[in-house]
Design a protein around this ligand. Sequence first.
Ligand code: MV4
Length: 519
Amino acid sequence: MASSFVVTIIVCSMFKKVLIANRGEIAVRVIRACREMGIASVAVFSDVDRAALHVTQADEAYSIGPAPAAESYLNIATILDVARRSGAQAIHPGYGFLSENARFAQACTDAGLKFIGPTAQAMELMGSKTRARQAMEAAGVPLVPGSKRGLSLIEAKALAGEIGFPVMIKAAAGGGGKGMRQVGVAAELERAFATAQSEALRAFNDQEVYLEKVIENPRHIEIQVLADEHGNVVYLGERECSVQRRHQKVIEEAPSPVVDEDLRRRMGAVAVQAAKSAGYTNAGTVEFLVDSKCNFHFLEMNTRLQVEHPVTELVTGLDLVHLQLKIAAGDKLPFFQDDIKLRGHALECRIYAEDPENNFFPSPGRITRLLRPSGPGVREDSGVYEGWIVPLDYDPMLSKLIVSAPDRSSAVARMRRALDEYFVGGIKTNLPLFRRILDHSDFLTGRIDTGFLDRLLAAPTASADVNGLSEIAALSAALFAATASPAANGGNIRRREDQKKTEGQAWLRAARIEGTERR
Ligand code: MV4
């Protein structure tokens, strides 16, 4: 009798070398994951990034051209050439730059390189907001009421009359708030339509616009999904991202203060359905607008790893970049939906080189002093180091400060403590803004919507008096530190009354640090 043997050959298909087509903290983040997984990393850098942190951390680094992103980090041919020369088998795009460029994803595939992300087809579908709305409606995903295709002015007038004002005119090729116009009354529609069209044409070379009903004072809540290339899709809970300014997120958290288990299950199921129907693979995020009654509406799908992914990592205990690499290498998801448990609370502050006192103008330059927070429950994903000159050519985000704790209020306390430990000298940062947000009663009670930060910034600051006092305190502390002998403030001895929780504390520390620096 013939006996048959089933021989299973386990082929290790993990990449040996990965190129990271990005810079800053996200390049460092991906390089770290590669190192942990025994994968060699290839960095690319522009002329102004020759000494950037990601270049020093990678196994190899290649110059890709001048500072302007269009000539370096967005140059597909150059990046593919570096991949070929270095022998990389896959490319991680990070976020921004080429990360949501379907042509780039396709060019990688055509060059025999694995793009670590979804297919070009899935990216293209989600890149067109009208096509995405058609596909999502067909999949039973709840949409914001409005049109599913591009409209003429006449069609827009008719539809707006039907669904009622206010309405939002959006660019089909847009996303993230670009080419978007709110219209309050019928008389404003024609002008807003024309403006939106010409903005869309200029920004995206595509003047198609569509219309949605306005969701008033919405929350921005998004669901993280992971999909392998074998049809398995899971959701990893939500992120609350309502604290924004000019469509730039400032603080993110997980879980959302308003999402309970039932809502999470419903939003999660919809997000998984959205991903499945789009043939989506790898990591992605389904964005929802959530109204005051907790109705949720599909907004768009981000086809990349997002800036705020660490808060999801901290509440799920998963490493999203490890998982992205495994999925791209053809592995099955190593868990099922029921295995995913959320634990505790995580907050993220995006630290920017910008001046809150001067309309958040970018504040590049040399970081003369850098004290970074650490200790229990603190993670800092940074792209900078002391002595490095922050270039003015790119997004001025320096780092992300992320904390986790058993519950929301202890996470807030931990974030305040970590912010107190954080000092960046030589350039202006938005660090002082976070203290204001974390002291705000609406933030503390979770009453945040997408208008929260604008309202906070429009309100008069604590008082001019307090500002004056903290400046005097900083000056006198600097004088003290500069003139006192090391023993006078040595050993970090501080009297109890100096330790009280004030905004001046950071200033006092700053002045002391700068003082010692000048000695
Ligand atoms: C909306 C909206 C209200 N109603 N659409 C802004 C970014 C882009 N992705 C979509 N955006 C919005 N679309 C309808 N129908 C309000 C916003 C919006 C917003 C959304 C998410 C986070 C912050 C925001 C800030 C202002 C406006």
